[in-house]
Design a protein around this ligand. Structure first.
Ligand code: AMP
Ligand code: MG
Length: 422
């Protein structure tokens, strides 16, 4: 049995980012960029109208004292997508729509709302009267290159491609990017007692909740879950599905890793060539957890996790061990992958375990700068209901201490609760 920090650092040492690949930009959401995106255009590519109104020469307004009406001849209408070769001379203007290029000679936009009374709907060939009490030279124009220039790196390597980063890459002309591939995670539930969630369990049977739960946890990390279903506790059945799972980047198996007669999994892993790195961590729930790797000649290794079958143990082990491994494989900068931890103030007493660090489900809420942790009713490692209501865990060290309401303790935030850090 090893200590939790040692287990986490062994996983970190065994894990390296998957080699980046070229992929379509539209497939790259959530991936970590390996090679920066450089723009082939200025943004905006030309001086762009940012309001519907009239493109004018600022000098025609400089003479007007505040609030004075200026009358101009509308010489052309320019909608977004239109271009005009006309030059706006003094005393004239263009009717212009948001997103259209500014005609030569014009250097400011007067919003349509500033057209006096009936002249709001004036088009080319008529006169418009404009009163703009807040007029500033150059107003309502986005200048060419104001956001970025041709040749500029607009998305840096190491960026996780979220929606706006994908948007700016598209604007910069990237149809493909080099980024970390999606991590493929095979998921196998073992246990002869297990039945699919759609089946009504007969006496002695248990629904497979770990499979869907781990698949969901994998999806939330932006990785691809590959469900291998259920293997009964027979060596051949487990072996053949483990062999399939070893084709993925990560194999997460649950059940059959503790010390019972039918806990066949550690031997099967070894028979399949998986090298054990650790088995059993001083931790509650989750003590029987197993970790190893299948090393290959010309391909990255497959990381193999055997999680205890009890659903809460499985999930705690996933969050503590599998999550960081997936983050590293996916190219996230080291040191950023770990479960976000924090200090929180208890709203009610909590009891630590004597022999092992314990993780207890809790509700976390921030109120006026204080993070509060409310221990949740929970009957133990087979109780998923208590866990489902939680957005974090109390992380209490071994020693059997009792913590009173108002005391500060360590907590870890469930994946997806990162917003609580803000
Ligand atoms: P094991 O780790 O195989 O000894 O299983 C420990 C407990 O977890 C047993 O009560 C199992 O029935 C239960 N269990 C194992 N796998 C699953 C699963 N996929 N879904 C729900 N419960 C499970
Ligand atoms: Mg079992």
């Amino acid at each position: 049995m090893i200590e939790l920090p040692a287990a986490i650092s062994m996983i970190e040492q065994a894990t390296a980012p998957l080699p980046p690949r070229r992929m379509r930009l539209c497939d790259a959401c959530g991936r970590v960029l390996a090679v920066g995106v450089v723009s082939d255009v200025d943004s905006p590519p030309w001086d762009r109208a940012m309001m519907d109104g009239f493109a004018v020469r600022s000098e025609d307004f400089q003479a007007a004292t505040a609030g004075e009406t200026v009358e101009l001849c509308v010489v052309v209408d320019v909608a977004a997508g239109d271009v005009t070769s006309l030059t706006i001379a003094s005393g004239t203007c263009a009717r212009i729509m948001t997103g259209a290029p500014i005609p030569q000679g014009a250097d400011a936009i007067v919003p349509i709302e500033c057209a006096v009374d009936e002249t709001q709907n004036r088009h080319a060939g008529t006169a418009v009267r404009l009163r703009d009490t807040h007029f500033r030279n150059g107003q309502h124009i986005a200048r060419q290159g104001a956001a970025f220039h041709r040749g500029q790196e607009v998305v840096a390597p190491g960026t996780r491609l979220w929606s706006a980063a994908i948007g700016v890459a598209a604007e910069a002309g990237a149809t493909h990017v080099f980024a970390s591939p999606c991590v493929r995670v095979a998921i196998l539930s073992t246990g002869s007692e297990l039945v699919a969630p759609g089946d009504l369990p007969a006496f002695g049977q248990t629904r497979n909740s770990n499979g869907p739960m781990i698949a969901a946890a994998v999806s939330l990390l932006g990785a691809e879950p590959i469900s291998l279903g259920i293997a009964p506790d027979r060596p051949e059945a487990i072996r053949s599905l483990v062999a399939q799972g070893l084709a993925a980047d990560v194999l997460v198996l649950s059940g059959g890793v503790s010390a019972g007669d039918l806990d066949l999994v550690p031997d099967i892993f070894t028979q399949c060539g998986v090298k054990k790195i650790f088995h059993k961590v001083r931790l509650k729930p989750g003590k029987p957890v197993w970790f190893g790797m299948l090393v290959r000649e010309h391909a990255p290794p497959t990381l193999v996790f055997g999680l205890p079958g009890n659903p809460a143990s499985s999930l705690v082990c996933f969050e503590l061990f599998v999550r960081p491994a997936i983050k590293i494989l996916a190219g996230h900068p080291r040191g950023h992958w770990h479960l976000p931890g924090d200090r929180a103030r208890l709203t009610a007493p909590a009891q630590a375990a004597m022999d092992r660090p314990v993780f207890l489900p809790c509700g976390l809420a921030r109120d006026r700068g204080v993070l509060w942790a409310s221990p949740l009713p929970w009957t133990g490692s087979s109780d998923l209901l208590g866990l489902a209501a939680a957005n974090g865990f109390l992380a209490l060290p071994a020693g059997g201490n009792r913590y009173a309401a108002g005391e500060d303790v360590n907590v870890v935030l469930r994946d997806g609760s990162d917003g609580l850090n803000a």
